[in-house]
Ligand binder design. Structure first.
Ligand SMILES: [Fe+2]
Length: 280
């Protein structure tokens, strides 16, 4: 599809396709203001039959893109903040990728030229979006900045279960939302796999910069990220659970123990990565 240099496809509402970004409207504090479902792009929207859905009660594989979610002028400040705030990047489960939690002190926001309570407002807008798309109330889990360096990739996975649908310690992650902050990289496509056909990719998306994508990230939507071949890919990722679910202490303890085991496995995996075996 034809792309304007502003990063959007030429058919996008705020781009006239002439390599000039039209004045971005519908923004408040650098964040999309009114969510208009007519502007949403539906990449996939099927009901998943119960026997194919896993056991977490997610019966849709909907993948929805909300274009122009963030003001292009604020994005460089966000990336500058992620790179320079006093929180270290930490390893995460995927080779060549790292993440960091977001501190939101108002003095720090000012220092980086970001509006006061910027990340709180962004998170509220994420929540409103996820609830609008999926038609149910959600509760925030974790949210973090994430970057992918050259060579980074994610193998096909579910965010809340193993690849056979058995829930794991991350079963609270029913939905995921990803905001894409740049497009000056190559590779790094978000792809979805057919688990009934040898994990063949059936949908591959080159994410549009400034768009927010939401989808159930579990067994119903096994997904991965293709290798980044040039540049650094920046995103902000947040996970969501159904608001009406309660978990007992026993379940939380089981998750904590499972998570400890996962961290041990990840440490071993990292040792392999350092030896040059990136597919470990
Ligand atoms: Fe994922």
């Amino acid at each position: 599809m034809k792309q304007c240099t502003c990063g959007r496809s030429a058919s996008y509402p705020y781009c006239d396709g002439t390599h000039k970004t039209k004045k971005v409207v519908n923004m408040k504090d650098g964040i999309i203001d009114i969510l208009d479902q007519n502007s949403f792009i539906i990449h996939q929207d099927e009901t998943v039959p119960e026997d194919k859905a896993g056991v977490l009660g997610v019966y849709t594989n909907k993948i929805v893109e909300i274009p122009n979610f963030i003001d292009p002028e604020i994005v460089p400040k966000m990336i500058h903040f992620f790179e320079n705030c006093d929180v270290e990047w930490g390893d995460i489960a995927f080779y060549g990728s790292s993440g960091k939690g977001i501190k939101t002190d108002s003095e720090i926001m000012k220092q980086f030229g970001l509006p006061d309570e910027f990340f709180e407002k962004l998170k509220n807008k994420y929540k409103e979006t996820v609830e609008l798309v999926f038609g149910r109330e959600v509760r925030a889990n974790t949210s973090h900045a994430q970057k992918w360096d050259v060579g980074g990739f994610a193998s096909p996975h579910s965010d809340n279960s193993d690849n056979d649908g058995k829930p794991n310690a991350f079963e609270i992650n029913k939905y995921v939302g990803i905001l894409y902050l740049n497009n000056d990289y190559e590779g790094g496509e978000l792809y979805f796999c057919d688990k009934d056909n040898n994990m063949q990719t059936y949908l591959s998306i080159k994410p549009n910069v400034y768009s927010y994508y939401v989808f159930p990230g579990g067994y119903e939507n096994i997904h991965g990220v293709s290798e980044i071949t040039k540049g650094t890919r920046y995103t902000m990722v947040s996970f969501w659970d159904f608001a009406d679910l309660e978990y007992d202490e026993e379940t939380k303890e089981r998750w904590a123990e499972e998570e400890r085991q996962v961290r041990i496995e990840q440490a071993k995996q990292k040792e392999e990565w350092l030896k040059g075996n990136k597919y470990a």
